[in-house]
Design a protein around this ligand. Structure first.
Ligand code: ADE
Length: 238
């Protein structure tokens, strides 16, 4: 899986080199390139934004640096024979969910994603329009709130996709018990979890979990998942 990320704050994405995704990078399961959008400007101030046509508050990202950045990335495929997907994080896009993460991670070695991190009021709409003629473009939102830029959304999406790639989670770690993966169609939240010691500050672990009876434990976990989902996210249930 290859990720190219274009941003005016590429340092924002440096934390991807830590933890689980960092290990996957070190192991060669993932490739990552960070691009500074301002490197594709030609004026002294390295300008990436301008006032919006039609008036109104804020600034809009100019199309020219984006066009040049995308040309440079397309001219340097991370591996032969790949077609990239351009992902544009925006509050105006389709919702990114666990299903999206599953679909994207299924591309595995064939996967190549270019993330275009907008700031200000967003990127001139002609950039997506032009890019659609060259590659699939997905405008996606990570939730119904407005962030100051796409960078944190890209961190979220890359972490969610990468942990599903073969070999990224260690042996014995499974994603099948995750929230949004349990239940017939991934509509349940995961219930409570416990580890040692058996008693802590007067609180004990549910008896059934130390019973060793795997059938009962499975049923109990399923009931707890149903209860929690009903309480926290009734909207997930049919
Ligand atoms: N950029 C700003 N807000 C966003 C959101 N909710 N999701 C993705 N990208 C964004």
């Amino acid at each position: 899986m290859f990720y190219d990320i274009v941003s005016i704050f590429p340092e924002y994405l440096e934390p991807l080199k830590l933890s689980l995704v960092g290990k996957a990078l070190d192991d060669g399961l993932i490739g990552l390139r960070l691009w500074q959008l301002r490197d594709f400007t030609h004026d002294r101030h390295r300008t990436v934004d301008d006032t919006p046509y039609g008036g109104g508050p804020g600034m809009v990202m100019k199309p020219e640096p984006w066009g040049e950045a995308l040309d440079a990335i397309l001219a340097a495929p991370p591996a032969p024979g790949l077609t990239p997907t351009l992902v544009v994080p925006t509050p105006n896009g389709r919702r990114f969910t666990q299903r999206t993460a599953e679909e994207w991670s299924a591309r595995a070695e064939q996967g190549w994603f270019i993330f275009a991190c907008g700031r200000y009021e967003g990127i001139d709409s002609r950039v997506s329009e032009w890019a659609r003629g060259v590659m699939p473009v997905e405008e996606v939102s990570i939730g119904d709130y407005v962030l100051p830029g796409g960078e944190s959304a890209v961190l979220v999406m890359i972490e969610a996709v990468s942990r599903l790639l073969p070999g990224v989670l260690g042996n014995g770690e499974s994603v099948t018990d995750d929230s949004f993966s349990i239940g017939e169609d991934g509509t349940l939240l995961e219930g409570p979890v416990f580890t040692k010691p058996p008693e802590w500050r007067g609180l004990t672990v549910p008896e059934i979990l130390v019973s060793g009876h795997h059938g009962n434990i499975r049923r109990w976990r399923r009931e707890e998942a149903e209860l929690r989902t009903q309480r926290m996210r009734p909207d997930l249930r049919p």
